[in-house]
Design a protein around this ligand. Structure first.
Ligand SMILES: Cc1cc2nc3c(=O)[nH]c(=O)nc-3n(C[C@H](O)[C@H](O)[C@H](O)COP(=O)(O)OP(=O)(O)OC[C@H]3O[C@@H](n4cnc5c(N)ncnc54)[C@H](O)[C@@H]3O)c2cc1C
Length: 503
C-alpha cells in the first residue's frame, strides 16, 4: 500500500475510533490508536468474570449494512470476521400485568401480532412502514454527510429532507399518526433508549429508529457485540495500523489553536499531523484539552448542554440455563412517570422499566454449559441528579433483583448468582470516563444535532477531529460507525484522497 503521508493519532479504541482508524489505515495512512484500557471496545468492550462473558454496553446491532459497508470500504467482508445471528422475533415487550408483545420484521406476522394484542390497530402498520420508509430515504443521505460548515444546510439533499426532519412533534406524538392504543405506541417508543431520551421529548424524526429495526432487523454476534470492536482492531492491524493498548493520553499537544500531537501519562510528547478524539466528548474536553483552547466548549458551557440518561447495570452469571427470549423489555406500570423521574425529576422511581438480555438463549459461547449470562439495564437519571450512588447502589441492586424475580422466569435469583458485576452512573463517570455518567452522550434534541452537535472536523482546534457518540450523527452503533466514516472522509479529502480512489 502506498503511504498517504498523514501521520494520525486516534485517542480511544471505541467503535468510533476503530471504524475511523480502520478506514484510514486501509487507505495508507500511518495511524496509531491509543487506548487507555488493556483492550479495545470502550463501552463496547467485553466483561469477563468467572467463566462468563458479558457485553458492557451495546447488545442490539441495528442497520448491520452500515457495519458491512465500513468493512467493505476497508477491503474486508464482515462475515469473514464475525458470526451474525438475526433475531426473530426481535425482542419481547412485557407490560406490568404480564401482557406481552413480540415485534418481528416479518410484516405478515407483525400484522397478526398487532391483531392479536391490539385488535383493530393493524391498519396503522402499513402507514408506518410506508411513511417512515420515505423519511429514512430522505434523511439517510443527509445523516451520512458532514455538518462542519453551516453551508451543509443549503445542500439540495438537506433542503428536500426538511419536512421529514422538523416534524414539530415528539416520537410519541408522531406514532399517534399510525396507532391509537397507548400501549402499542409504547412498543414503538422504547427505542428512544438508544438515544437516552424520553419518547415525549425525543423529536418525531426518530420514528426512523423503530422503522429501521422493522426494516433491517436486529443482530447478535457470536461472543457478543464486543467481537465487532475486536474484528475492527484486527482489520486495522492487518492494514499496518499501530494499536497501543494501556496507553492513556494525558492531554493533547497544542500550538495555539492547532493540535500537534498527544502527551502520554509519563510526559512524553508524540507529534502527529492529525489527532482524532474518540474519548467521550465532554470528558475529553474537560480532561484532555487546556481550558484556554476550548472556546465554546468550556466546562461551564458543557454543563449547560443536555445529556442523555444514565444506566444502572447488573451483569449476572447464573448457574442455570433459562429459556426466554434473547432481548426482553419490562415496562413500568406508569411508563411515563418512570421516564419523567429519569429525565425531569431526576430521581429513582419506585416502579421502573428495565431491559434483560438472556444472551445464552442464542449464544452458548458466553456462559459455561448449562449456565446463563444475564445482563440487566435500568435507565436512571444521569449524574446531574446528585444521587449518592455509594449510598444507594446496594439497595437499588436489591430492588432490581426483586423486580427480575417478580417479572421474569428467574426465581430465587440470589441463590443462582455465581458471578456478578455492577456499574452505577457514578462508575460510568469515574471508571469509564463518561461525562455526567450520561451513557448515551449528548442528548439528541434538534438544537444538539447536525451542525449544532460538536463537528466531526472539530471547530475549536485545527488538525483535530471527533468520532463517536458525541459528534454527528450521534450515539448508537450505526451512527457511530457513520461518524468514523465521515471523519475518515474529511481527512482523506484534506490529503486529496477519496474512499473510492487510491492514493
Ligand atoms: C449500557 C449501554 C448500552 C448500549 N446499548 C446500545 C445498543 O444496544 N445498540 C447500540 O447501537 N448502541 C448502544 N449503546 C450506545 C453506543 O453504541 C456505545 O456506547 C458505544 O460503545 C459508544 O462508542 P464510542 O466510540 O462513542 O465511545 P466509547 O465506546 O466510550 O469509546 C471511547 C474510548 O476512548 C477511550 N479513552 C477515553 N479517554 C482516553 C484517554 N485519555 N486515552 C486513551 N483512550 C481513552 C475509552 O477507554 C474508550 O475505549 C449503548 C451504550 C451503553 C453504555
Amino acid at each position: 500500500m502506498v503511504k498517504a503521508g498523514g501521520k494520525i493519532a486516534v485517542v480511544g479504541a471505541g467503535p468510533g475510533g476503530l471504524s475511523c482508524a480502520m478506514l484510514l489505515a486501509s487507505r495508507g495512512f500511518d495511524v496509531t490508536v491509543f487506548e487507555k484500557e488493556g483492550e479495545v471496545g470502550g463501552r463496547n468492550a467485553p466483561i469477563h468474570k468467572g467463566g462468563f462473558t458479558f457485553d458492557t454496553g451495546p447488545t442490539f446491532l441495528m442497520m448491520r449494512y452500515i457495519l458491512d459497508e465500513i468493512f467493505a470500504l476497508s477491503g474486508r467482508k464482515s462475515d469473514d470476521y464475525l458470526k451474525f445471528t438475526r433475531l426473530e422475533p426481535m425482542y419481547r415487550l412485557v407490560f406490568h400485568d404480564g401482557a406481552e408483545f413480540f415485534p418481528t420484521t416479518d410484516r405478515a406476522k407483525m400484522g397478526s401480532e398487532i391483531a392479536r394484542a391490539f385488535p383493530g390497530e393493524e391498519g396503522g402498520l402499513a402507514r408506518f412502514y410506508s411513511k417512515e420508509k420515505k423519511r429514512l430515504e430522505m434523511l439517510a443521505p443527509c445523516l451520512q454527510k458532514d455538518y462542519s460548515n453551516f453551508s451543509a444546510f443549503v445542500r439540495p439533499t438537506f433542503i428536500a429532507a426538511i419536512p421529514y426532519l422538523f416534524t414539530n412533534n415528539s416520537l410519541y406524538e408522531n406514532l399517534g399518526n399510525y396507532f391509537r392504543a397507548e400501549r402499542l405506541r409504547l412498543c414503538f417508543t422504547f427505542q428512544a433508549k438508544y438515544l437516552g431520551m424520553s419518547p415525549w421529548e425525543c423529536p418525531g424524526v426518530f420514528t426512523m429508529i423503530p422503522y429501521v429495526e422493522h426494516e433491517y432487523g436486529i443482530y447478535h454476534v457470536e461472543g457478543g457485540l464486543n467481537m465487532i470492536s475486536k474484528a475492527m482492531a484486527k482489520v486495522f492491524e492487518e492494514h499496518g495500523g499501530k494499536l497501543r493498548l494501556g496507553f492513556p493520553i494525558k492531554r493533547l499537544v497544542l500550538a495555539g489553536k492547532a493540535a500537534r500531537g498527544v502527551e502520554l501519562e509519563n510526559g512524553e510528547k508524540l507529534l502527529f499531523d492529525e489527532v482524532v478524539i474518540n474519548a467521550d466528548f465532554a470528558h475529553a474536553m474537560t480532561h484532555l484539552v487546556e481550558p484556554k483552547a476550548l472556546g465554546r466548549y468550556s466546562e461551564a458551557n458543557l454543563r449547560k448542554k443536555r445529556y442523555s440518561c444514565s444506566t444502572f447495570m447488573l451483569y449476572l452469571g447464573l448457574d442455570k440455563k433459562y429459556d426466554f427470549t434473547h432481548h426482553s423489555i419490562f415496562l413500568a406500570e406508569d411508563y411515563r412517570a418512570n421516564i419523567d423521574d429519569i429525565s425531569v425529576r431526576k430521581r429513582l422511581s419506585e416502579d421502573f422499566s428495565f431491559y434483560i438480555q438472556n444472551a445464552s438463549a442464542t449464544d452458548p459461547t458466553l456462559a459455561p454449559k448449562g449456565k446463563s449470562t444475564i445482563y440487566v439495564l435500568v435507565p436512571v437519571p444521569n449524574n446531574t441528579s446528585g444521587i449518592d450512588w455509594k449510598k444507594e447502589a446496594d439497595a437499588f441492586r436489591n430492588r432490581v433483583l426483586d423486580a427480575v424475580e417478580a417479572r421474569t422466569p428467574i426465581k430465587d435469583i440470589r441463590k443462582h448468582i455465581e458471578a456478578e458485576h455492577m456499574i452505577t452512573p457514578a462508575d460510568w463517570e469515574s471508571g469509564h470516563g463518561v461525562f455526567l455518567g450520561a451513557t448515551f452522550n449528548l442528548a439528541h434534541n434538534l438544537t444538539q444535532m447536525l451542525y449544532f452537535r460538536p463537528h466531526n472536523r472539530f471547530e475549536e482546534l485545527e488538525n483535530c477531529y471527533l468520532v463517536g457518540g458525541g459528534t454527528h450523527p450521534g450515539s448508537g452503533l450505526p451512527t457511530i460507525y457513520e461518524s468514523g466514516r465521515i471523519t475518515a472522509e474529511l481527512i482523506l479529502k484534506k490529503y486529496r484522497l477519496s474512499q473510492a480512489t487510491g492514493p
